[in-house]
Design a protein around this ligand. Structure first.
Ligand code: SF4
Length: 705
């Protein structure tokens, strides 16, 4: 028999925002193994257990392989025509805002680009949002307020160079394991490097912490405004940096002092011992190289934007930004949350980091796209979008690569809204999800191993995700499907792309179009790649203008920001307690998060048996005190109930869980456990600026069943 042909393809992991490089080993059109790509700067050869099991999840079981209309298999031509006609008629009768697209941080930049272009330039509505709204939109808004644009100043290397690393609202060990490994290795080399974890729970990340601050849930804003007051009181501000490179300092300090001007009061507001809080403040004030890594514990809050700005204020006030080992650093959850932001795939964005606030930018994008129906104002953000579906204002919605019936707050409301909607189109690579169950039209999309394009990780690094397996069944790439629908709707000109490299070239060209240095996001240096160069593209950071080979490791090294004055804005922050407070009826606070070995709604990771070895069933974690109070023992079946719904799960007692609060993982769906969809418990409370929903603070009651 002939020896099977084996080859290796470099690609990028499809899970978290670390964006690890992966070597895929292929034999006879099968993915037989993976290894970490040593040449990729994000992971330098490392992979976490999810990434290392990628080849165990690439099989065909569970895949959606044929288009369907109302449960019947159909041809692509019929499915495309059905959608085009449905969208066209809805728009003709009810206007462009009666349709919507809901995308995902899992799809590629090229997919995102054509979806955004179709809605904002051709249909004429900005009703295109994404599940990244649930992940990092508060960080985006905080960046824009402070820096004038959505710019992440640092890089992963800064996490290793820092002398003080503050991890806030992040269980890095489980949610971004390769970043955790990098920090651990750096700390081993330099034991004097201090790590502080700020999290109500004692998580696996605390194992490497010099200090764990188990603060009161939702009190992070107080902690960071308190830090600003402390820095001023102890004369450890960088007065010269403030004077030369910032504006708004006086107001920011006044606001901080009005609530958290005194250490003892701040400690009380945060539920911390005064000496522990002092320890953090003292380290921050004495250390030049400080990185504050923040994630969902900050973003998924009813005041997430303010919390982000409270953190950034402290870095600006001490000049700890734009230097090696010094930055406020937002780490994204999904592999392409940042790529989606780059093309403008959020309802309040336009394209290429421009938004609707500047009429000249709307005209610029309109002229570049030669757009026949240009959207002129923001669309509906995720929570409001599904509300409009429920109210019948949005009559046709196309959901691509995401499972909102599980992941949105008030998840039962989302399911009911979709069940009432006139036309629900769902593109997915998996056949059975809680959301595909609501679809009128189901479109089989290619999966990770088959897709070809680019993603951008949390440190602004664009990497290629390369296709190495044939498309499963009759599946097609998301960008192909979107372009086919656009053409069937009559938009022949703007959607005649034949390859992802053509789309990427247009996206890169738009980023540099009429840019005279006023926009930091500019990758025009990549706009003339030949298909071969695109295919061989090594990981590169943006900005990357014409003539450059790679973008800078850090932004703001010269202290110049993207605001009209060139100065960073310090914001006056009045910290807020979470809007949804406990009551007599619902006295406990429910927090949510990821577990180490599963990804999102488990459609892929649950295929690998070894990933279920870590944790194989949904659970609620509770403190020993609460267990005693409610008469609950380990592994008891319990009901967790809120105003919105109930879950039935097993109890897990934990010394690391503070009294008065519970924790449940986000992953389980009706497919795997009928009553464990944690988001069905949450009320859709959102940050007023970013629209990001609260996912860390839900009042509940627990009882043994
Ligand atoms: Fe994939 Fe994230 Fe794990 Fe890296 S850390 S292998 S990107 S899941």
């Amino acid at each position: 028999t002939a020896k099977p042909e084996t080859c290796q393809v470099k690609t990028t992991c499809p899970y978290c925002g670390v964006g690890c490089g992966v070597n895929a080993i292929i034999s006879n059109d099968q993915l037989i193994a993976v290894s970490g790509d040593k040449s990729h700067p994000a992971n330098e050869g490392r992979l976490c257990v999810k990434g290392a099991a990628l080849h165990e999840t690439a099989g065909l079981e569970g895949r959606l392989l044929e288009p369907q209309i109302n449960g019947e298999t159909t041809s692509w031509d019929q499915a495309i025509e059905h959608i085009a006609q449905g969208f066209r008629q809805t728009i003709e009768t009810h206007g462009p805002d009666s349709v919507a697209l809901y995308l995902s941080g899992q799809i590629l930049t090229e997919d995102y680009y054509v979806a955004n272009k179709l809605m904002k330039g051709f249909i004429g509505s900005a009703n295109v949002d994404t599940n990244s709204r649930l992940c990092m939109s508060s960080a985006v808004a905080a960046h824009k307020r402070a820096f004038g644009a959505d710019l992440v100043p640092g890089c992963y290397e800064d996490l290793e160079l820092a002398d003080l690393l503050i991890l806030v609202g992040s269980n890095t060990a489980w949610a971004h394991p390769v970043i955790y490994q990098r920090i651990l290795a750096a700390k081993k080399k330099r034991p004097e490097m201090k790590v502080v974890v700020i999290d109500p729970r004692r998580t696996a990340t605390c194992d490497m912490a010099d200090l764990h601050l188990s603060l009161k849930p939702g009190s992070d804003g107080y902690l960071f405004t308190g830090l600003l007051s402390y820095l001023a009181d102890h004369h450890t501000l960088d007065i010269s940096y403030i004077a030369q490179h910032t504006e708004g300092f006086e107001n920011a300090l006044r606001a901080a002092n009005s609530i958290t001007g005194n250490l003892a009061d701040t400690a009380k507001l945060c539920g911390l011992e005064e000496q522990d809080l002092h320890q953090l403040y003292d380290w921050f004030s004495r250390t030049d190289k400080v990185v504050t890594l923040f994630s969902q514990g900050i973003n998924q809050s009813s005041s997430g934007v303010d919390k982000g700005n409270a953190i950034i204020n402290c870095h600006l006030a001490t000049g700890k930004i734009g230097k090696p080992g010094a930055a406020p650093f937002s780490i994204t959850g999904q592999p392409n949350a940042m790529g989606g932001r780059e093309v403008g795939g959020l309802a309040n964005q336009l394209a290429a980091h421009m938004d609707f606030s500047t009429p000249a930018n709307i005209e610029l994008v309109e002229s570049f796209w030669q757009a026949p129906h240009m959207a002129r104002s923001e669309g509906l953000k995720a929570v409001d979008m599904f509300q409009a579906v429920s109210e019948g204002k949005i009559k046709a919605i196309w959901i691509i690569g995401t499972n909102p019936v599980v992941s949105m707050p008030d998840a039962d409301f989302i399911r009911d809204a979709l069940e009432r909607c006139e036309l629900v189109v769902v593109s997915d690579c998996m056949a059975k999800t809680d959301t595909t169950a609501c679809a009128n039209v189901l479109l089989p999309a290619t999966g990770w191993a088959e897709k070809d394009g680019t993603v951008t990780n949390s440190e602004r690094m664009i990497s290629r995700q390369r296709s190495f397996l044939s498309a499963a069944g009759n599946s097609r790439h998301d960008w192909q499907i979107i372009c086919a629908v656009a053409q069937a709707m009559g938009y022949k000109q703007g959607f005649s792309f034949k390859t992802p490299s053509e789309i990427f070239a247009e996206h890169a060209a738009l980023s540099g179009y009429q840019n005279k240095g006023q926009r930091f996001f500019d990758i025009s240096g990549l706009s003339e790649l030949s298909p071969k160069e695109y295919n061989q593209l090594e990981p590169v950071r943006w900005p990357l203008t014409k003539g450059q080979q790679n973008g800078p490791l850090r932004l703001f090294t010269e202290g110049r920001f993207n605001t009209p004055s060139g100065r960073a804005r310090m914001l006056p922050i009045t910290p807020q307690a979470p809007l949804n407070q406990v009551s007599e009826e619902y006295p406990l606070v429910l927090n949510t998060g990821r577990i180490r070995d599963q990804w999102h709604t488990m459609t892929r990771t649950a295929k690998a048996a070894r990933l279920l070895n870590h944790i194989d069933q949904p659970y609620v974690e509770l403190s020993l005190q609460d267990a005693q109070h409610y008469g609950i023992s380990e592994q008891d079946l319990v009901e967790v109930r809120s105003t919105q719904g109930r879950c039935l799960v097993k109890a897990k007692l934990s010394a690391g869980q503070p009294a008065g609060s519970l924790f449940m993982p986000i992953h389980w769906t009706a497919q795997f456990a009928s009553e464990a969809r944690v988001d069905s418990l949450f009320t859709a409370i959102k940050d007023p600026i970013s629209g990001q929903p609260e996912a860390k603070h839900c009042p509940v009651i627990i009882q043994k069943v």
